[in-house]
Design a protein around this ligand. Structure first.
Ligand code: PRP
Length: 218
């Protein structure tokens, strides 16, 4: 059996849909109930739903053999896992954003609010820029509006949160998408099965067949 951690929500539904298209379907997942684990013995897969930001923890500690999480989580927390494949879904951008009228004076320490302190400090460190890092847990867009920070480093997907708060993108830090990750011990001991899943998903990613997202109760 291979244990697969799926991120709850749209990304998990998309991931499961790709897994099903790759031949690793699990009909039990379609049943309406509150169960969090589902298995298909014949295909040798067991899926379970976890909070998206927890996927890498399950995989790093071996509670899951593989899982799917955003590149933002991998860059921020650097879990000790292998990254096997870019799934090309959950695409967004990590950006610096601020009020249109903000004028960046390079000699001044920049006040940066973010949920991603490592990504932000790596980015500005790479430019040799001094920053005052303000680590917040959400609603980052409010920080420059209230004068808590000059700019933010945050995820931009559609751009509507920025627009509705009169902020705009000043630069792109890194593009983000969902990645298939793997526990390092499982990679050795379940290599064939994990490669079968990786190759199946690779075929789905590179295929031109549109995958319809299966809506799931979870
Ligand atoms: C994320 C991110 C932005 C928003 C971007 O927040 O931090 O606020 O989504 O999406 P958009 O470009 O499509 O508007 P999330 O929904 O995770 O909530 P949070 O503010 O609690 O972090």
């Amino acid at each position: 059996m291979i244990n697969i951690a799926l991120p709850k929500g749209r990304l998990g539904e998309k991931t499961y849909s790709m897994m099903a298209a790759a031949g690793f379907e699990c009909p039990a997942i379609l049943e309406k109930n509150r169960k969090l684990t589902f298995e298909n013995k014949e295909k040798g897969v067991r899926y379970f739903w976890v909070k998206p930001s927890d996927v890498s923890i399950y995989v790093e500690r071996g509670a899951a053999d593989i899982g799917v999480c955003g590149k933002d989580i991998l860059l921020e927390y650097e879990p000790d896992v292998y990254e096997l494949l870019d799934l090309g879904i959950g695409k967004c951008r990590m950006c610096v954003a601020g009020p249109a009228e903000f004028f960046d004076e390079e000699e001044k320490t920049l006040k940066v609010a973010t949920k991603f302190p490592k990504i932000a400090s790596d980015y500005y460190g790479g430019m040799g820029r001094d920053i005052d890092l303000i680590h917040l847990n959400g609603s980052i867009e409010i920080a420059p509006l209230l004068g808590l920070s000059d700019v933010i480093v945050d995820i931009v997907e559609t751009g509507s949160t920025l627009k509705e708060n009169n902020l705009s993108v000043m630069s792109e830090v890194v593009p983000i998408s969902a990645r298939l990750i793997c526990n390092k011990v499982s990679y050795q001991f379940k290599y064939d099965k994990i490669m079968a899943v990786r190759d199946g998903l690779k075929g789905v990613v590179s295929g031109d067949k549109a995958i319809e997202t299966i809506r799931l109760e979870h």
